[in-house]
Design a protein around this ligand. Structure first.
Ligand code: 13P
Length: 258
């Protein structure tokens, strides 16, 4: 049984005041939810707010992560943040290869693989994002695109590295659009991802957690999370409202033991 994991990707949102009310809102409800220990929950604020959020999330029930990191550890890389720096300020996760970074900041599969390597070496848990655009889906390339995205990371890091990672399947056409993949569409790709990993190592494939991301909300979370290969969610917009984020966490906790 894989432990569900729900992670909030705040993207370019937040302020000291807003973060405080959001995180304290989430934590106060979580404290009363007995089954929250059955799932992992984390939030990924913009870099500059990680120390604040880490300080607020004193109870171990809420982890903190970055939304990106450099593939380098130190040196002349103006504007970058090293994975070791994230770890140093309390982050334990890092989202890598998000489609917004692939599309807007030129991150190739090889760069993403190098970032995974650096993050693992720093002790972080990478959340590796994969997923196809609408054009790719409509031209039947979903599996080919996802296969290449994964293959680069397997080639660069080895299959055993996936024991220390989380994967997020995020169809680009479902991100921020309100257009969620159907549970069947998502399950199909999740099973494909697990199958590709199983071609290398069956036990790693069985243990790795694969989140779904793309317009996940309290109203659609339960049916997505009920799919056999969907092990949690990577949440954008709905992670900025305590009630919505908690609703998804509850749906994930409800799947445990069912
Ligand atoms: P939305 O939940 O806003 O669609 O964003 C999903 C996402 O990109 C999470 O990384």
């Amino acid at each position: 049984m894989r432990k569900p994991i729900v992670v909030g990707n705040w993207k370019l949102n937040g302020s000291h005041a807003d973060n405080e009310s959001l995180v304290t809102g989430v934590l106060s409800e979580m404290a009363d939810m007995a089954d929250m220990a059955a799932i992992d929950v984390a939030v990924c604020p913009p870099f500059v707010f990680i120390p604040q959020v880490e300080g607020l999330a004193t109870s171990m029930s809420l982890g903190v992560g970055g939304q990106n990191c450099s593939e380098h550890d130190s040196g002349a890389f103006t504007g970058e943040v090293a994975p070791g720096m994230l770890f140093d300020v309390g982050a334990r996760y890092v989202i890598l290869g998000h489609s917004e970074r692939r599309a807007m900041y030129g991150e190739t599969n090889e760069i993403v693989s190098a970032k995974v390597k650096a993050a693992l070496a720093a002790g972080l848990t990478p959340i590796l994002c994969v997923g196809e655009t609408l054009e790719e889906r409509e031209s039947d390339q979903t599996e080919a695109v996802v296969r290449q995205q994964l293959a680069a990371v397997i080639a660069g890091n080895g299959i055993a590295a996936f024991e220390r990672m989380v994967i997020a399947y995020e169809p680009v056409w479902a991100i921020g659009t309100g257009r969620t993949a159907s549970p069947e569409q998502a399950q199909e790709v999740h099973a494909f991802i697990r199958g590709q990993l199983a071609d290398h190592d069956a036990s790693v494939a069985q243990s790795v957690r694969i989140q779904y991301g793309g317009s996940m909300k309290p109203a659609n979370a339960a049916e997505l999370l009920a799919q056999p290969d969907i092990d949690g969610g990577l949440i954008g917009g709905a992670s900025l409202k305590a009630e919505d984020f908690l609703g998804i966490c509850r749906a994930a906790a409800d799947t445990v033991g069912n």
